[in-house]
Design a protein around this ligand. Structure first.
Ligand code: NAD
Ligand code: GLY
Length: 371
């Protein structure tokens, strides 16, 4: 892994991480109890004819959406609050069409900004609506789950699902900015928190040895959601992702694909569970499978595997394939993964703590008898 290079400065207890993409560059502000900064953050992008907040029912219930709305209204911007049902089923063609119609009825124009306040579902859906309504309006992210704070809100991948194909319709739309308040993670349900931790461990194990060590030495604080350690972890993950996205925004050079350690296995597990297995938990199990394959291929030794399993267990993350997952079906599904070609399997495999490479052309026979 290259050394971390994303520009980052400390403003009191706030971290600002710049995502360097020429005229699509933007800042990520990470802090704790900084949700009300949204108004002043947006002011830099005036003139703004209206701010449309897209959120879900849980975020409204926790009071976060109204806090964001009030902060923006105080700057004199006209605010529209749209709340939808929470959950993956909202990332649909039907919800998208309803939102397009609502924006039209509410007079939203190209000088407006759509602000997603929620988890990855609201971020992906809001970004897709912003990318398509009126041939594109501006977009801002306020991620409220750990998974969205460390991964989905950064990098510009937005989209919705088709009935039988997840994330099949989408676009790249970089936001104007990302505002992260780690304090609001306190109300996240435990399984959702763990799902985010699955992605955090992924960053450390495959891309950043320093982050991996930080996680190993702070498992107790992480488990009680200590705000300071959370801010440090979220900042590190955003910086890692910002660097990779800056190098390979559209996933064409082989760099951005390295964010997918454990994901080939994970997607096959998620499909078989009918998406009841949360993404980050599937990534946890999938990355242990990838680590075992890497041991078999001689890229890492057993010590690597033991350290990753030890860290995941200390964080309460799964390491074993759950009941109901069929191994041969897993292999068959992986043959159809986006990265695979001509039926050969393709994986991001670790080469040490904090480093990895893409390995293609793996014969499925290597996996047929399990790992
Ligand atoms: P989610 O958006 O469904 O949120 C999980 C649940 O937590 C929801 O019920 C939500 O209402 C609730 N919630 C959110 N914040 C809360 C808070 N602070 N307190 C209490 N409850 C809260 O799930 P997610 O894991 O954030 O996102 C999953 C989605 O992200 C998937 O659709 C996936 O495809 C997408 N994703 C996108 C990218 C990308 O690069 N664009 C990357 C990874 C995942
Ligand atoms: N979540 C992987 C990516 O953004 O590329």
């Amino acid at each position: 892994m290259n050394p971390i290079t994303a520009e980052s400065i400390t403003m009191s207890d706030l971290q600002i991480i710049s995502v360097s993409l020429g005229n699509r560059s933007y800042d990520i502000e990470a802090g704790s109890e900084n949700l009300e900064h949204i108004g002043s953050f947006l002011t830099a992008f005036k003139p703004i004819s209206a701010a449309v907040i897209l959120t879900d029912e849980n975020i409204v219930q926790q009071g976060y959406a109204h806090r964001v709305a009030e902060s923006i209204a105080e700057t004199g911007i006209d605010v529209h609050l749209l709340s939808i049902a929470s959950g993956e089923q909202s990332k649909s063609i039907e919800t998208t069409a309803t939102l397009w119609e609502t924006l039209l009825e509410e007079g939203i124009d190209r000088k407006s900004v759509l602000i997603s306040v929620g988890g990855g579902v609201i971020g992906d859906l809001g970004g897709f609506v912003a990318a398509t309504y009126a041939r594109g309006i501006r977009f801002f992210q306020v991620p409220t789950t750990l998974l969205a704070q460390v991964d989905s809100s950064v990098g510009g991948k937005v989209g919705i699902n088709l009935p039988n194909a997840k994330n099949m319709v989408g676009a790249f739309l970089q936001p104007l900015g990302v505002l992260i308040d780690t304090k609001i993670l306190q109300t996240l349900p435990e399984t959702q928190y763990q799902s985010g931790l699955g992605e955090v461990v992924k960053y450390g194990a495959s891309l950043d040895a320093g982050l991996f060590q930080l996680l190993e030495t702070n498992t107790e604080k992480i488990n009680i959601r200590d705000p300071n350690i959370l801010k440090q972890i979220v900042t590190d993950c955003c910086r890692i992702k910002a660097n990779i996205v800056a190098e390979d925004e559209f996933e064409t050079t082989g760099r951005r694909v390295l964010l997918n350690y454990g994901h080939t296995f994970a997607h096959a597990f998620e499909i078989q569970s009918n998406f009841t297995l949360l993404h980050g938990l599937a990534v946890s199990i999938g990355s242990i499978c990838a680590a075992k394959l890497a041991v078999r291929m001689g890229f890492v030794n057993e010590i690597f595997l033991k350290r990753q399993i030890g860290l995941q267990q200390a964080l309460g993350l799964p390491t074993e394939i759950p009941e109901g997952i069929d191994w041969l079906q897993t292999i068959e599904l992986m043959r159809h993964d986006k990265k695979s070609e001509f039926g050969k399997l393709c994986f991001v495999l670790p080469t040490g703590i904090g480093s990895c490479r893409l390995v293609d052309n793996i014969d499925s026979q290597l996996l047929e008898h399990g790992l």
